[in-house]
Design a protein around this ligand. Structure first.
Ligand code: NAD
Ligand code: LMR
Length: 340
């Protein structure tokens, strides 16, 4: 009997109906790349999120095992697994939020841009599926190089006629998480009390922490500023080197992704004052995409805040960041427009 029930998925359906009647404000969330280094802990943490009622786990390998494992957690969300491209559409249909950590990670000696050739095509395929099956979903894009994959996603959505710039967000939360941690270390404070805006993009010098705008207000020596800026910009490489060929940040990234996804879900629910940094379509600079503080609401990005007053060190950093970022954005745009 159990086998039949499991095969038909009828236990899950009954659970979903029962929870829907309970009136819980549950959202439907899909993770694409759910069996990976980020995907697995991210799936576990999303299964623990009380705002999630249905969790879809999609990957091209190993989703049955990850799904069986996570589905035994006695939390509210009902979990379904999807394996291989023929199940992508089922994975996406009806989703409110789609989180994408699919794609290859760096090894020592590589830049994030070295991942472009493989990850660009993966992101394109996944976004074509989103256009078709859940064009209104909020998309949290994690796959690197974020500076190029977000423009790729935008072009795919434009071509499909479904593009809503408010709903496409490149996840730069890990830069903020790192910045909060490293600044707290220098100041001897609790990282939970620190908020560092990090703007620009998500690679090397495009990652621009605004240390002059740290909350609570504090000041740094020139030496501290240089140390912190460099450590935040190279945080990803620090992990890649420590893992010595076994991949890049996965656990801190899953934590950051959940922090960001949770903010998106609170905003979708209608909570006021949800503000996070993200890499989005923007008019804050002359570039078409830029990471800065944004206010999230029921439609995704409701308001993009200007950069605020920068000191001389940050103004120089901003020029460097824009130069590199412009090229990465262009590369993403032409990947899609250059192909049929
Ligand atoms: P991983 O190799 O451990 O996992 C990636 C998963 O993607 C694998 O399970 C793989 O099967 C899956 N995948 C590959 N092609 C797919 C496809 N077409 N459809 C669905 N799934 C597919 O890598 P990881 O460590 O989890 O990193 C994933 C990505 O996230 C990398 O590109 C990495 O650079 C990036 N990343 C971004 C940030 C950020 O701050 N934005 C932080 C860390 C890592
Ligand atoms: C990170 O910042 O940790 C990620 O972008 C992964 C990487 O390649 O550094």
């Amino acid at each position: 009997l159990m086998n039949n029930l499991q095969k038909e998925g009828s236990t899950n359906l009954r659970q979903e109906n029962c929870r829907a009647k309970g009136g819980s404000p549950g959202f439907k969330v899909a993770i694409l790349g759910a069996a990976g280094g980020i995907g697995q802990p991210l799936a576990m943490l999303m299964k623990m999120n009380p705002l999630v009622s249905v969790l879809h786990l999609y990957d091209v390998v190993n989703t049955p095992g990850v799904t069986a494992d996570i589905s035994h957690m006695d939390t509210g969300a009902v979990v379904h697994g999807f394996l291989g491209q023929q199940q992508l559409e089922d994975a996406l249909t009806g989703m409110d939020l789609v989180i994408i950590p699919a794609g290859v990670p760096r090894k020592p000696g590589m830049t994030r841009d070295d991942l472009f050739n493989i990850n660009a095509g993966i992101v394109r395929t996944l976004c074509e599926g989103i256009s078709k099956c859940c064009p209104k979903a909020i998309v949290n894009l994690i796959s690197n190089p974020v500076n190029s994959t977000v423009p790729i996603a935008a072009e795919v959505f434009k071509r499909a006629g479904t593009y809503d710039p408010r709903r496409l967000l490149g996840v730069t939360m890990l830069d903020v998480v790192r910045a909060n941690t490293f600044v707290a270390e220098v100041l001897g404070l609790d990282p939970r009390d620190i908020d560092v805006p990090v703007v620009g993009g998500h690679a090397g010098v495009t990652i621009l922490p605004l240390l002059s705008q740290v909350k609570p207000p504090c000041s740094f020596t020139q030496e501290e500023t240089e140390y912190l800026t460099s450590r935040i910009q190279n945080g990803g490489t620090e992990v890649v080197e420590a893992k010595a060929g076994a991949g890049s940040a996965t656990l801190s990234m899953a934590y950051a992704a959940v922090k960001f996804a949770d903010a998106c879900l609170h905003a979708l629910r209608g909570d006021a004052g949800v503000i996070q940094c993200a890499f989005v379509s923007s008019q804050v600079t002359e570039l078409p995409f830029f990471a800065s503080r944004v206010r999230l609401g029921r439609n995704g990005v409701e308001e993009i805040y200007p950069l605020g007053p920068l000191n001389e060190y940050e103004r120089v950093g901003l020029e460097k960041a824009k130069k590199e970022l412009g090229g990465s954005i262009e590369k993403g745009v032409s990947f899609t427009t250059g192909s049929s």
